[in-house]
Design a protein around this ligand. Structure first.
Ligand SMILES: O=C(O)[C@H]1NCC[C@@H]1O
Length: 393
């Protein structure tokens, strides 16, 4: 184990814990990146990561250490909200294209991990967490790029030590979610069309925010009349990529965040299928990554949309499934459970976006391993990782 120990103890290594939430990976970066990020605010550090340290994201996400569907969470120990005492720790979420603003599945993984870790280099304020005996939970306040996310981790108190209770779900309250476009008809110009659209020249869709903006529409509306279970993934990916490009080019007003310009972009397209036991949603995000989980932030966006349409009341928990449930023997326990718990005013929000809801989303995450990643200077392939792509003819 001499080589393994050398990698783990090297200050040059990037040390990560791997988890999954309903099959979607979270590579939690504990060491090796945070200290390199310049900037005082979390969003400044995100900008610095994008501009000056993006090879590190690629090194963690892409081959040979990752794969095109990898997802990451870089722990950021100091942000404006940790300094003010509102957050215990910050995070930057990473994917195949860059840095996302919110991630529900990784938030669930982080809640469990941050309670489990006793390493004060990884989580300096771990000892300030408090077990609430009434709810048997411990609250971890996470500073995500979209704002403050409050995670409730099920815990037990054993010999005065807080420990994770695996018999219950982790839940979180995200930033307020709100719809920005409800059932709008969108023209599809010839250059954006996809084969399954047939002779139709327009489709009806909605856009909603759950820490990130999502376009939401049923599979049939996208042209997949047989539902998600009978659709080709390649065809769905092509159709949603075309639709995303169209919305970003012609309907960018639907992704206007009322207070923060850096949150104003379309992150993903959710194709829903209500013919499944509960709600099934397939989310294409970033550069057409496919979420294995029901997409925690999109669950928030979908509930806010359903609430705005008068289809879902407060305090009505509902189960949301992902592609993983299609092959499941017992989907009744799969996925995430989400509910709107409070109606709030959206600061600066106008029209349908003037009101929003706070969503509580629950699920569970599991460990898959730990890694100490190194880079040897002579290795040209692994400095910033690589993607297998054929050059376009
Ligand atoms: O659960 C979520 O919200 C995330 N999963 C991958 C894409 C989203 O960021």
């Amino acid at each position: 184990m001499d080589v393994f120990n050398r990698f783990v103890s090297s200050t040059q290594s990037i040390v990560a814990i791997d988890m999954h939430t309903v099959g979607e990976p979270s590579r939690i970066v504990c060491r090796g990146v945070d200290h390199l990020l310049n900037g005082s605010r979390l969003l400044d550090k995100r900008d610095d990561a994008k501009l000056n340290q993006d090879h590190l994201r690629k090194r963690i996400m892409f081959e040979p250490r990752g794969h095109p569907e990898m997802y990451g969470a870089i722990l950021v120990r100091e942000t404006e909200l940790t300094r003010s005492g509102e957050a215990h720790i910050g995070v930057l979420f990473t994917h195949n294209e860059g840095y996302s603003t919110m991630c529900g599945h990784a938030t669930m993984a982080l809640g469990r991990f941050l309670v489990d870790t006793l390493d004060t280099d990884v989580f300096p304020v771990r000892s300030s967490l408090k077990h609430d005996p009434e709810t048997s939970t411990t609250q971890v306040n996470l500073h995500a790029p979209c704002g403050l996310v409050r995670i409730s981790v099920p815990t037990l108190l054993k010999a005065e030590q807080i420990t994770y209770d695996s018999s219950r779900l982790v839940s979180f309250l995200s930033v307020p979610s709100f719809a920005t476009a409800i059932d709008v008809e969108v023209e599809v110009p010839a250059s954006y069309r996809w084969p399954e659209l047939g002779s139709r020249t327009s489709i009806v869709l909605s856009v909603s925010y759950g820490g990130a903006f999502y376009a939401i529409l049923p599979a049939e509306e996208l042209g997949f009349g047989q539902g998600l279970r009978n659709a080709s993934m390649e065809a769905l990916s092509h159709a949603t990529a075309q639709l995303k490009a169209l919305i970003m080019k012609e309907h960018a007003y639907t992704t206007h965040h009322p207070t923060e310009p850096s949150l104003s972009y379309l992150y993903g397209v959710v194709v829903s299928d209500s013919s499944f036991a509960d709600e099934l949603g397939l989310c294409f995000f970033a550069d057409q990554q496919v979420d294995r989980s029901p997409t925690g932030s999109a669950v928030g966006a979908r509930i806010a949309l359903a609430h705005a349409k008068g289809q879902l009341s407060l305090n009505t928990p509902k189960r949301y499934h992902s592609i993983v449930s299609i092959a499941s023997k017992d989907p009744s326990q799969d996925g995430f459970v989400g509910e709107a718990v409070e109606v709030v005013d959206i600061e600066g929000g106008e029209g349908v976006a003037a009101k929003g809801v706070v969503i509580k989303t629950s699920g569970e995450a599991f460990y898959t391993g730990a890694s100490a990643f190194v880079h040897e200077p002579q290795d040209r392939l692994s400095h910033a990782g690589f993607k297998v792509e054929l050059p376009r003819a």
